[in-house]
Design a protein around this ligand. Structure first.
Ligand SMILES: NC(=O)c1ccc[n+]([C@@H]2O[C@H](COP(=O)([O-])OP(=O)(O)OC[C@H]3O[C@@H](n4cnc5c(N)ncnc54)[C@H](O)[C@@H]3O)[C@@H](O)[C@H]2O)c1
Length: 373
């Protein structure tokens, strides 16, 4: 008997369930039936995921639909662009839709962010469902309604908060995910333990190998606990006025490294986040906010699973301190030109620290061996 875990993102009349378990895709008709009013669906996927899963999904929902259309965008971060947004919107409009048409984002965070934004702007708002296929998307990007694309000036700068009607996180879909992508998604799971649940981090220290080998119970628990934590934070602060920023633990570092690496696939988001988590704990130790033993545990775990844990072990994204800081200055959390970081008091407790000067972060980077010029 397969256990399907269900959690709810509590946002009043915009609340929605997140279902987690194996074989959800092939039983999608059961979960989508009540949502597909007009019986018209557009599945949007990418050129890697589409060929693997789009036909199974179309076949599963055919009995509850009059019409199922399928679109694909190129795989990779470049699809979060104005040109792809333009093409997808026009392709969908050419199909002939109305506000009751349901869009399904079948893919990783790229497809999810893009389709969510298409759904937010098309006809001034349509409905969409997330079927996340990467671990990162299952534990993070599919939940919470942050949608968007990248601008020339930076990542995720064009977007909207627009919540899906349902998230179906089918853990069987992770079987085809490349190992490096799986590991990158695992970094976001570690992040949840570090920012708010020390027991979960301890559980990961004991069970990481089962999670990464996709042991059924362990991967379901890891995805469920991550989604539970994200759902709770999103319900309390949907539009990131306060505590939602805690989800950015490690991300001020990570986003800067990703910008340096040019989003060309040499540095995955989760890898940058892993290094950012190690650095956030080191920075917290230097600021005397956090015990050194906690930072050592964080580094040990990241190294044990095979993730980068600091600047030196980044596979790409390295630059002189001034260049990294220029990217950090574009972070949406900054206030009045001063850097804001999410740091840690201990494992399981993160906090937002504003007013960090360039001098302080420069001397931290110098202590870490980053080139000054
Ligand atoms: N909206 C949010 O709250 C939020 C949060 C975190 C990250 N993000 C965004 O998510 C994006 C990164 O997401 P991602 O890591 O999923 O990247 P991605 O969507 O590019 O997927 C990574 C790669 O894995 C492939 N893939 C995905 N699922 C697969 C599967 N089951 N089998 C085989 N291949 C598969 C994809 O085709 C792609 O090549 C970034 O753009 C980031 O900004 C958004």
């Amino acid at each position: 008997m397969t256990v399907i875990e269900q959690i709810s993102v509590g946002l009043g009349d915009r609340s929605y369930p997140v279902l987690i378990g194996p074989d959800l895709l092939v039983m999608a008709d059961k979960y989508l039936a009540d949502l597909i009013v007009k019986k018209q669906v557009v599945i949007i996927s990418d050129t890697i995921i589409g060929p693997i899963y789009q036909n199974s999904l179309a076949k599963a929902i055919m009995p509850i639909c009059d019409r199922v259309e399928i679109l694909q965008v190129p795989a990779g971060e470049t699809s979060k662009s104005l040109s792809v947004l333009d093409k997808v919107c026009n392709d969908i409009l050419n199909i002939g839709i109305d506000r009751n048409t349901v869009l399904i984002a079948l893919g990783g965070g790229v497809v999810g962010d893009l389709v969510g934004f298409v759904s937010a702007v098309l006809l001034r708002g349509t409905q969409y469902i997330q079927i996340p296929t990467s671990l990162l998307a299952q534990v993070d990007s599919s939940v919470g309604g942050k949608t968007g694309i990248n601008a020339k000036a930076g990542k995720n700068l064009i977007g909207a908060f627009h919540q899906p009607k349902l998230v179906l996180a089918d853990t069987n879909l992770l079987i085809s995910l490349p190992k490096r992508e799986l590991l990158a998604g695992y970094a976001e799971i570690v992040k949840y333990g570090l920012l708010g649940d020390a027991n979960f981090f301890s559980w990961l220290e004991d069970n990481w190998s089962g999670v990464l080998s996709l042991d059924k119970d362990k991967i379901i628990y890891a995805v469920k606990r991550s989604c539970e934590m994200k759902a709770k934070i999103v319900a309390a602060d949907e539009t990131e006025k306060s505590m939602r920023a805690l989800l950015n633990l490690g991300h001020t570092f990570a986003h800067a490294f990703e910008a340096v690496a040019n989003y060309d696939g040499q540095l995955l988001h989760g890898e940058a986040v892993a290094a950012g988590l190690g650095l956030a704990f080191d920075f917290s130790v230097i600021r005397k906010m956090c015990a050194k033993e906690d930072a050592i545990r964080v580094h040990n775990h990241l190294l044990q699973v095979g993730l980068p844990d600091n600047y030196a072990s980044l596979p790409a994204g390295k630059a002189p301190i001034s260049v990294i800081i220029e990217h950090m200055k574009k972070d949406k959390k900054n206030i009045s030109g001063k850097l804001t970081f999410v740091l840690a008091n201990k494992i399981g407790s993160a906090c937002i620290v504003p007013n960090i000067s360039e001098e302080e972060i420069t001397s931290f980077f110098m202590a870490k061996g980053v080139n000054h010029v």
